[in-house]
Structure formats: structure tokens, C-alpha cells
Design a protein. Sequence first.
Length: 402
Amino acid sequence: MLTAIAEGDSQIYNYSTGADCQSTVSCVEALGARAEFSEQDSRRVLTVRGRGLRALEAARRPLDAGNSGSTIRMLSGILAAQPFTTEIGGDESLSRRPMRRIMTPLSEMGARIEASNGQFPPLTIRGAALRGIDYEMTVASAQVKSCVLMAGLYAEGETVVRESVTTRDHTELALRELGADIDLQPRMARIRGGAPLRGKPLVVPGDLSSAAFFIIAALVLRDSDVTIANVGLNPTRTALLDVLKGMGASIKLLHIEQVNGEVIGTLQVRSSRIRGGNIEGPTTAALIDEIPILSILGAVSEGGLTVRDASELRVKETDRIETIAQNLKRMRIVVNTSEDGLEIPGRQQFRAAELHACGDHRIAMAFSVAALAADEPSTIEDAGAASVSFPEFYTTLRQLTR
């Protein structure tokens, strides 16, 4: 998104093959940016020919964000400042995800946005001249923060975003790398409108949330020893590693470097005896995408796992609290749910079952790991949902389990 509104070309190395990221490419192409894939030195490269801040074009048809909440929420910040009207929607799952969290700050900045039932996609965004605001986040969401900061690129004056819980800061780092006039402080970002972005070569680290499935598979399955290279270790993402080490996980950092403002490293993970624990408060916010796979680990840990303050899970691609619980019960795992969390006793054994991904990529991948630990083969309905973020997941898993 940012390279599409930058001046000049950008080469993005290791661009994801996931469906969500392809939805983003399709959307920016529909707005006039050119994007081309190629291979360089066995690496997948996306070259984006940026249009600059003020040269996007009105799309000829509604934009399709597919299943991607990141695409629709973040891109809305850019669309809010354009001199044209855009409709953007997605699939059935995305059409149930709440958008008032971005509509409120964008409206304060001057945009006019209409939504189904006042808060669901599709959105009709009538762009306008925006003004900077000082916005206090009401929900811990890097998507919302990114949306407001992207709108701030166009706004008159300064836009400030404050958060009570630290969320991932990839957008802030990318903005700074591309030349935005942005100041970063703990739990606050300040951006001044009008500064042009400049295209440049960029390297995407391996996604730690995707690596989490292999990390926890290695911890759960006996005699495992897995090395994961070039994985992103951004400090706003590494709560997963801190929590796992605190539970007794054998995880070693073999290499570390910084590329384009992001920390990248190599991890070695070995099967371990896991004590279990509690996840709550700010830690839950930092691990919200990892809760499905952590639930699998909790069931086989010594002391089990309790998750609190996770009501956000109920408005993801599925109601993840419910889908996690249903699939655990199918595998004869005892689990108790609350409105905002899960309680999973430890020292349990997974039993083979017919499982349901319910169209949710993280559920599909998490219960693939559970199936590996089960007593007999299991089947997963709609397992292809993994392609939303990680089309190569099953190929990689097969290679690791030969």
C-alpha cells in the first residue's frame, strides 16, 4: 500500500504468496499502481511502480479485499483522502467484521464513510481533505493504528495516535523507511501530513505468526529439532518467544541482524517439557494471533493454559474462542470457555477426529499440529483456508515430518 503511493519504483523481496497479500496487490492495481512479480536469485520479488501521494485513480469497480481485514482497514486510511468515492468489500467472513473502529477516527478527520448496518463491509468511502487529529485508541489494534497513520500522510497538520497497549509497529517502521515525517515514542506515533514517500528496495522478514505453528509443533512432538531462518523478531512481536521460554521451551537465537528497520534472526527449537501458564492483559493483545496454536500447546503442557482478555478473538475470521473449543472437544480435550477466554487443563492426549477449519486459516494450521500429536490420523474440513496467509504451509509441514 505504501509503495503504491510512494514516488518511484520499489522492489519488495520475499513478498507473501498468501491470498490476503494478493488481495492487497489487486486493490492497489485497481487504483492505478503497477505491480509485477518476478524471481531474482531464487527470491520472489514484487516491483511496485508508485503513483505518489496524489495520483491514485478511481477504481472502475468495487475493490475486493477478499478475506483480509488488514487490507480493508488499512487501505481505508488512504482512500479517505482521495478526491473520489470508493466502495470496498470482501468475502462473507470479512463482511461480518466490525469497521466502526476505523470509521470513527476517519470521520473525525473529515472523511464520509457508509457501511452495512452502520459498521460492516462493504464500505463506501467518500474521500475528502483531511485534518490531523489526536486520537486515543479504544481497541488494541495495529490495523486501526495503521489506518489512522496512513490517513495522516494526507492530513493538514499533525496526526497523533496514542495507545494504552503496545501493538505491532511494522507500519510505523515502513513509513519511516520510505521517508514519512514521523516521530515514534513508546505507545505514541506522530505523523505530519504532506511529506512524499520515496520508493526503494525492501526485504520482508519471515512472519513469526506463521513460524509459530512450526515452533509449537517442534515443542510438542518428541525428538524434534527445527531451525527457522530469516524470521522477523520485531520487539512488538516477540512476546510469543518470551512466553514460550517462560514455560520451559528450548528456543535459541542463532543469528540476528537489522534490515529496513526490522530485526531478523534464526531460531533453533527443540522438543521440550512445557509447564503451561496464564495469558492475560497486554500479553493477550500481543499474542492475539497465536492463541489458536498456543491452545494446542496448553492441552499437552504440564499445568495447562488459561487465556483471558481475549474477546477480540470473537470478531476474527471466525469466533475463534468457539471454533478452538469445538475442535478441542472433538479431539476429546477438556476445555472451558468464557466471554473473553479459554481454560484448558494440561496433560491431555489428542484423539483423532474430524475437524473443521470454518474458513479460518489459523484454525486450519493450529489443528494440523494437533492432528500430528493425535493417536490416529485426523481429517480437517476446509483445510485449504491456510492459503489465506500461508499457501506453502502443508508442503513445509510435510517436509519437516518425513
